[in-house]
Design a protein around this ligand. Structure first.
Ligand code: TYM
Length: 336
């Protein structure tokens, strides 16, 4: 009997800043959980990163580091298509076409655009504004069934679905309508210094975020200093105890324990013990990945080989969708 065709999973991260445990628990870890079940495509989203000014030499390194990190986290580049968005020209092309099917009114509603333009008031560029159209193109080019992301990206998934439905409504079933996937815990990891704000790689206060490359001592120190409240009870209550609740979330996402069980485990033990345990758990989760990362990052030949093969695969796959779209909208066929 012919093997059943797997459904398609698509996701990616920007190659900007140092990744945090928010990126890991909110996205990367779910990619691994779903890995076997789906045919997976993961982009290093370097075109999206250009919406903020980058130092070219540093940026080049960061993009390659991100590729190596995906692999170190456990995504096998021989089984998963991991590639650079900027190496695959179909993204920019579909993005232009879809921008002609996206309304300014829709883009005006995007909270990430509002946030980022207030943070970078000196550089509110058109790319920042049309960012969601490029993201929609990433996803739709690969006919993705599912897109695992953290909660902050759900609005971008909604606009992706709206654009796809609009396009399909005019031209027939061109695009698969993607479903977002967020994990039950870890979908919104908050800052350790201000638990009402999400943990972000662009936070200026480095104590607010735990980076994937932080060493074990730094991780423990950051959790020790995490903002909590004055009563010493380890109890989950996001409204009244946002700091402790965030730590419980992180601990339970890291160890795979239920929130109720975490509360029981630390009953009557105070915050000191609890913070130490969270720090240990996170350090133990990250150390093996950091070691693999160092190995992979050094192996230029291996990286070059898998990058080349996967860029080609991504182009081949996505170009099928692009050609269909071009035909549907009435662009003339290329004569080669
Ligand atoms: P980016 O690079 O900001 O974040 C990458 C992934 O990490 C998740 N994430 C979090 N999850 C939980 N808690 C947090 N504190 C936290 N911070 C970040 C994000 O939700 C995301 O899943 N636009 C995207 C990149 C992108 C993309 C795509 C994603 C471009 N094209 C196509 C999926 C499909 C972004 O900026 O993610």
């Amino acid at each position: 009997m012919a093997e059943e065709k797997k459904k398609i999973l698509y996701s990616g991260m920007q190659a900007t800043g140092d990744l945090t445990i928010g990126n890991y628990l909110g996205a990367l870890r779910n990619w691994m959980t779903l890995n076997e079940e789906y045919e997976c495509f993961f982009g290093v989203m370097d075109l999206h990163s250009l919406t903020v000014r980058q130092n070219p030499a540093e940026f080049r390194q960061r993009a390659r580091n991100l590729f190596a990190l995906y692999v170190a986290a456990g995504l096998d580049p021989e089984k998963n298509c991991i590639y650079f968005q900027s190496h695959v020209s179909t993204h920019a092309q579909l993005s232009w076409i879809l921008s002609c099917y996206t309304y300014m009114g829709e883009l005006n509603r995007m909270t990430q655009f509002k946030d980022k333009s207030s943070k970078h008031a000196d550089n509110i560029n058109a790319g920042l504004y049309t960012y969601p159209v490029l993201m929609a193109s990433d996803i739709l080019l690969f006919q993705a069934d599912v897109v695992p992301v953290g909660k902050d990206q759900l609005q971008h998934l909604e606009i992706t679905r709206d654009i796809a439905q609009r396009f399909n409504g005019i031209y027939g079933d061109v695009f698969t309508i993607p479903e977002p996937y967020t994990g039950k815990i870890g979908a919104r990891v908050m800052s350790l210094q201000d638990p009402t704000k999400k943990m972000s790689k662009s936070d200026e206060n480095t104590n607010a975020s735990v980076y994937l490359m932080d060493d074990a001592d730094t991780i423990r120190r950051k959790f020790k200093r995490a903002v909590t409240d004055s009563d010493a009870e380890v109890r989950y209550d996001v409204v009244n105890k946002p700091g402790v609740s965030n730590l419980i979330d992180i601990y339970s996402a890291t160890c795979g324990k239920d929130i109720k069980d975490v509360e029981k485990e630390f009953e009557g033990r105070g915050y000191g013990d609890f913070k130490m345990a969270v720090g240990d758990a996170v350090a133990n989760m990250l150390t093996p990945m950091q070691e693999r990362y160092e190995e992979i990052r050094k192996d230029k030949e291996y990286l070059d080989r898998v990058i080349r093969a996967n860029d080609e695969k991504a182009f081949y796959f996505s170009n099928k969708t692009l050609r269909k779209v071009k035909k549907k909208v009435g662009l003339t066929e290329e004569i080669r």
